[in-house]
Design a protein around this ligand. Sequence first.
Ligand SMILES: Cc1cc2nc3c(=O)[nH]c(=O)nc-3n(C[C@H](O)[C@H](O)[C@H](O)COP(=O)(O)O)c2cc1C
Length: 170
Amino acid sequence: MEFYEVVRRRRSVRAYKPDPVEEEKLLRILEAARLAPSAANRQPWHFIVVRDPQKREQLRKAYDRDWFVKAPVIIVACADPTKAWRRRDGEEYWKVDVAIAMEHLVLAAANEGLGTCWIGAFDEKAVKEVLGIPEHIRVVAMTPLGYPAEEKGPVTDRKPLEEIVHYDGW
Ligand SMILES: Cc1cc2nc3c(=O)[nH]c(=O)nc-3n(C[C@H](O)[C@H](O)[C@H](O)COP(=O)(O)O)c2cc1C
């Protein structure tokens, strides 16, 4: 698909078909995340691919939605803050790095005809318990991944450019 078409067509999908995601598509999507830029190229990310139905069901403890746990795949994007770049004033960049990689993944999924939905409203402690994630690792985002079972039109409800773009100063 043409790039801007992918950007327009990507929507948050909250209904999935049970059909499995082909391995080659999954690998292409993960590869898109791997190629993302990161501060000082530290690549402080890890991605957990959850396909096991029991594990997905257990993730209900972290985000209790049927459409989330019933999607054939859930991807959990994590950061290792100990590996990430930090600005001189102490500002940490691991969340930015992982968010960029996650958006690469989300757009690649849309390009493959697959649906995703950024999940931010999860219980981090519960995700870490279910998936055995080490103490020092942070969970940044999750997304279900699968074939959409709902039709959504392209993105429309966004602020106009005039409201958000400033030229040569605020
Ligand atoms: C950082 C972030 C966190 C989000 N968290 C959730 C969430 O917890 N649950 C959910 O259903 N959608 C979540 N969303 C999806 C947004 O609601 C959605 O992107 C927004 O309403 C625009 O709709 P669209 O993605 O279909 O264009 C999140 C999106 C982002 C970027």
